[in-house]
Design a binder for this molecule. Structure first.
Ligand code: URP
Ligand code: ZN
Length: 469
């Protein structure tokens, strides 16, 4: 095997979740081998990267993405694992966690095998949460195999979408109980499925079919009720809980209260809930459909509360729920019925630039907290730390060298992911990746991706450790 030339990143401002300091980083054989100043260099030459005036962050970890997601009628979300991970790396994210969503009754490991085959073309490292879409006698044994043999220590449940992939409380309790016995985390999409169905039917019966009725059929109470229920069920089963894509101030407050009471609960929000609001659904014609995701965008006051919840660490992670969908596909499936518009919006590429610009530069979060919510906390929660999510000796050399001075405007014309719209179109951003290193190799430099299809590796993850939080 040809030995890789070591890389020396010189004189950068190294930023972790805990501190920021000037220093050098030596990378050998895919790992960070040393950090400091005046490092002892190996013989035989090194590639030197001058990082003066640049930040050096651990590569981003996106805990929640959906690449090539089947949306029904043979339609898939626009990004496959190759284009989606291309966009991730372009934006500074070096690990993604996607989902396995078995057909009801399908063995979990068979569904995992199929998903692994699709994901093998990823450019960066990837892992999965396992979704439990139905319960049968084999489920506990299969869940154990997911944890022990496949390194999947997180299970996803939907309280919404009961007709297809969602579970009722009886099954939720069984999954939480089994996960608790395995020391695994349960990630829950919290929305009350029955009331959504009721409201959807009510609006449709009155001829109210446009995208504007998507948020009206999923008001804040729909999320809050399900969050309260998930918290209670997790408490009764002693199951560590991770609440996905928190969108409301009420849900954030319930999570904060549960944490204060000592419950094992962690939670994420997404850039779209922090930076966009429900007015988008009022765009003319079908244009609001570009913003259809669940839970939906909210009134402006929620975003302020979510930023505060991040600042006070009652929300620990900002991930994207990346699921890019072309307008033609939204039209095809949902033109005459808002309840059939496929759900999902992109984000994997712009997460870091958006959070740096609208979080760090607007003094909503510190630069160390930026690293925490985009990299360290998701790595810890998902059993990847300290391999990922930090800059330490022995960690994987997944490193983001960040140019804080670069100014840009987000646009579909320059985006790396596949989608005919960009929900952040026209957003000014300051700061972007200058160089991205994945597993010790330069993956992206000055707008050019250097990775080939399939460079990413499957991430087998460790068990969940609540003591870290
Ligand atoms: O609206 C959302 N959250 N779409 C992404 C796909 C999913 O099932 O979470
Ligand atoms: Zn999702």
């Amino acid at each position: 095997m040809i030995k890789e030339i070591p890389i020396l990143i010189e004189n950068g401002t190294i930023v972790t979740d805990e501190s920021s300091f000037k220093g050098d980083i030596l990378i050998e054989e895919g790992k960070i081998s040393d950090i400091g100043s005046d490092l002892q260099l190996p013989g035989g030459g090194v590639e030197v990267i001058d990082a003066s005036d640049l930040y050096v962050f651990p590569g981003g970890v996106d805990a929640h993405v959906h690449m090539e997601l089947p949306l029904g009628q043979g339609v898939f979300s626009a990004d496959n694992f190759e284009s989606g991970t291309f966009a991730a790396v372009k934006g500074g994210t070096t690990s993604i966690i996607d989902f396995v969503t078995p057909e009801r009754g399908q063995p979990l490991l068979q569904a995992l095998k199929e998903r692994k085959e699709l994901a093998a073309k990823s450019l960066c490292d990837y892992g999965f949460h396992m979704t439990i879409t139905s319960w049968n006698d084999n489920t506990p044994t299969e869940m154990k195999k997911c944890v022990d043999k496949e390194g999947i220590a997180s299970f996803k449940l939907y309280m919404a979408y009961r007709d297809t992939i969602g579970l009722g409380d009886a099954a939720v309790i069984k999954v939480m109980d089994a996960a608790a016995n395995l020391n695994a985390l349960v990630m829950v999409h919290c929305e009350n499925s029955d009331i959504i169905g009721f409201l959807q039917k009510k609006f449709l019966a009155k001829g109210k079919k446009s995208p504007g009725y998507h948020p009206r059929s999923r008001p804040p109470e729909v999320e809050k009720e399900a969050v309260v229920r998930a918290l209670m069920l997790a408490k009764m089963t002693n199951c560590p809980l991770y609440i996905a894509h928190v969108s409301t101030k009420e849900a954030a407050a319930e999570i904060a209260a549960a944490r204060e009471s000592g419950q094992k609960v962690l939670a994420e929000t997404c850039p779209h809930y922090l930076l966009l609001d429900e007015k988008k659904y009022g765009l003319p014609g079908f244009a609001g459909a570009a913003y259809v995701m669940s839970p939906p965008l909210r009134a402006g006051e929620h975003a302020g509360a979510l930023w505060k919840a991040i600042k006070s660490e009652s929300l620990q992670v900002v991930s994207t729920d990346h699921c890019s969908i072309n307008m033609k596909d939204r039209q095809k499936l949902g033109a005459g019925d808002f309840s059939k518009i496929p759900n999902g919006v992109p984000g994997v590429e712009d997460r870091l630039s958006l959070l740096y610009t609208y979080g760090v530069l607007q003094n909503r979060i510190s630069i160390n907290q930026f690293v925490e919510i985009t990299s360290t906390a998701p790595a810890k929660i998902l059993g990847l730390y300290p391999r990922k999510g930090t800059i330490k000796r022995g960690s994987d050399a997944d490193i983001l060298i960040w140019d804080p001075t670069n100014k840009g405007i987000i646009s579909t014309k320059t985006q790396g992911f596949i989608c005919d719209t960009n929900i952040y179109e026209g957003f000014p951003v300051k700061g972007k990746p200058h160089i991205v290193i994945t597993n010790g190799k330069i993956a992206y430099e000055d707008d050019i991706i250097k990775l080939v299809k399939g460079s990413g590796k499957y991430l087998s993850r460790e068990a969940f450790l609540m003591e870290q939080f």
